[in-house]
Design a protein around this ligand. Structure first.
Ligand SMILES: Cc1cc2nc3c(=O)[nH]c(=O)nc-3n(C[C@H](O)[C@H](O)[C@H](O)COP(=O)(O)OP(=O)(O)OC[C@H]3O[C@@H](n4cnc5c(N)ncnc54)[C@H](O)[C@@H]3O)c2cc1C
Ligand code: FES
Length: 387
C-alpha cells in the first residue's frame, strides 16, 4: 500500500482520486512557498490600521423599519472624512464574490469618528439583504473614500440666513438628506441644538413613503419639525396616493423661492426635473439606480478570458458576465461612477437608459477597444468584451 493510503481512506464513503490528492498536496506546497508577508499578519490583526486597504468594522446595527437598518461603522485610520450628502462604496463578500455598492452617509462628521449608512433591503437584492439581515456586529467590510456632488454649497453654511430650501425624499432616498439635516441640527439630550451654520435657514421637507411604518427616519423628521427646525410634509402612498409633482405648488406654497434637493426613484426625479425646468426652478438630484427604458436585441457576449454567455436585450453586460462567472469591476451599478468601464473589442451594445448604440469594429475603431459602462449597457447583437 502506498504511503498516501490514510489520505485516500479519509474521504469517507467515496474514495479520493489521485487528482484530488495531487490538488491537496499542491495547496500545502503553495502555502509553504507563499508565506504571509508581515503586512498580511498586520491586516489580519489590525485591519483598520493606517496604510492597510481601507476597511470598516460594523460596531452597531439599528433597525429602522421592517426591511431597513442603520449600520454604524468604525472606519480605518485612513478614512479622510466626508461632507454630509456624500456616499461611500462598500465592498462585501456575498457567496464568495466581492460585491461593491454605494450607500449615502446618514450623519455629518461625528465626534466619535464613527460613520453610518442606512440600507433598505430590496427584493432579491444581493448586498442590501446581506447587510440588513446577515452581517453581524464585528464584521469587517471594505470601504472606499466618500465621494459625491449631492451636498449643500459651502457658502450656504457660512451665511445661511434667509436661505430657503426644499428637500424632496422618497423611500431610502431620505438617507443623504438626513445626513445633511443631522449636520445642520444635531440633537443633544436637551433637544435640537441650533448652530450658527443653520441659523435663519428655512427648510421644508416633503418626505414620501409607501406607508407610515415603512417611512425611514420619520421620527427624526417629526422631531425636527416639532422643534421648528424644518417644516415636514409627510406623504404616504397608501393614504395620499402617489405624489404628483404638480401637487408641490399646493404642498409648498413658496416653492418658487426655494432651491430643491431631491433623492428618490428615477421616475419621481424625472418628473421633478421636467416640472422644475418648465418653472425655471433650481433642482439638485441624487439617484440610487438608473431608469432603464430601452431594450437591446441581446446576443452572444464573449470575453477575452474565453467565457461566453447568451444574454437577452434587457440584461446588462455586467449581470451577463457575472452569470457566466466573469466578475468585471463595478461600483454604483447605475451609470454614475464609471467603475465598470471595460473595452468593447467588437460588436454592438445598447445604452439601456436611452437606447444609444455603441459599436466597435476591429481595424476601424480604436485598437484597444471602445470604452463602455457594462452596468447600463446590454448586447445589441454578438459582442466581444476585452476582459
Ligand atoms: C449614490 C448612491 C447612493 C445610494 N445610497 C443608498 C442608501 O443610502 N441606502 C440604500 O438602501 N441604497 C442606496 N443606494 C442603492 C444601493 O447602492 C444598491 O443599489 C441597493 O442596496 C441594491 O443593491 P443590491 O445588491 O441589494 O441589489 P442588486 O442585487 O444589485 O439588484 C437586485 C434587484 O433590485 C433592483 N434594485 C437595485 N437597486 C435598487 C434600489 N435602490 N431600489 C429598488 N430596487 C433596486 C435591481 O434592479 C434588481 O432587480 C445608493 C446608490 C447610489 C448610486
Ligand atoms: S458601476 Fe458605476 S458606472 Fe457602472
Amino acid at each position: 500500500m502506498s504511503s498516501f493510503s490514510p489520505l485516500l481512506q479519509s474521504a469517507g464513503r467515496r474514495r479520493t482520486t489521485w487528482s484530488e490528492v495531487r490538488t491537496r498536496l499542491e495547496k500545502v506546497a503553495n502555502a509553504a512557498v507563499t508565506p504571509l508577508m508581515p503586512a498580511d499578519y498586520l491586516d489580519l490583526f489590525h485591519p483598520l490600521r493606517s496604510g492597510a486597504p481601507l476597511r470598516g468594522r460594523i460596531v452597531e446595527l439599528v433597525p429602522e423599519t421592517k426591511d431597513a437598518a442603520t449600520i454604524v461603522l468604525k472606519p480605518g485610520s485612513d478614512w479622510a472624512g466626508h461632507v454630509p450628502g456624500q456616499y461611500l462604496r462598500i465592498g462585501i463578500d456575498v457567496d464568495g464574490v466581492r460585491q461593491w455598492r454605494a450607500y449615502s452617509l446618514t450623519h455629518g462628521p461625528r465626534a466619535d469618528g464613527l460613520i453610518s449608512i442606512t440600507v433598505k433591503a430590496v427584493p432579491g437584492g444581493k448586498v442590501s439583504n446581506h447587510l440588513v439581515h446577515s452581517c453581524p456586529v464585528g464584521s469587517v467590510v471594505h470601504l472606499e473614500q466618500a465621494t459625491g456632488e449631492f451636498v449643500l454649497p459651502e457658502t450656504l453654511t457660512s451665511d445661511p440666513a434667509g436661505t430657503k430650501l426644499l428637500f424632496v425624499t422618497a423611500g431610502s432616498g431620505v438617507t443623504p438628506v438626513i445626513g445633511m439635516l443631522r449636520n445642520l441640527f444635531p440633537v443633544a439630550d436637551e433637544g435640537v441644538v441650533h448652530l450658527d451654520r443653520s441659523r435663519g435657514l428655512d427648510i421644508t421637507v416633503v418626505h414620501v413613503a409607501p406607508t407610515r411604518p415603512d417611512s425611514i427616519f420619520l421620527r427624526d423628521l417629526e422631531a425636527l419639525d416639532a422643534s421648528g427646525s424644518i417644516r415636514l410634509v409627510a406623504r404616504y402612498d397608501d393614504q395620499h396616493g402617489l405624489l404628483d409633482v404638480a401637487e408641490l405648488a399646493t404642498l409648498v406654497p413658496d416653492l418658487a423661492e426655494r432651491t430643491t434637493y431631491a433623492c428618490g426613484p428615477g421616475g419621481l426625479l424625472d418628473a421633478l426635473d421636467a416640472h422644475h425646468a418648465e418653472a425655471g426652478l433650481d433642482l439638485f438630484t441624487e439617484q440610487f439606480r438608473p431608469a432603464l427604458v430601452a431594450v437591446g436585441d441581446g446576443g452572444e457576449v464573449s470575453f477575452t478570458s474565453g467565457a461566453s454567455v447568451t444574454a437577452d436585450g434587457a440584461t446588462t453586460l455586467l449581470d451577463a458576465g457575472e452569470s457566466a462567472g466573469v466578475l468585471m469591476p463595478s461600483g454604483c451599478r447605475m451609470g454614475v461612477c464609471f467603475g465598470c468601464v471595460v473595452p468593447l473589442r467588437e460588436g454592438s451594445v445598447r445604452d439601456l437608459r436611452n437606447g444609444e448604440i455603441t459599436t466597435a469594429v476591429p481595424g476601424e475603431t480604436a485598437p484597444e477597444g471602445v470604452p463602455i459602462q457594462t452596468c447600463i449597457t446590454a448586447a445589441a447583437g454578438p459582442c466581444h468584451i476585452g476582459y
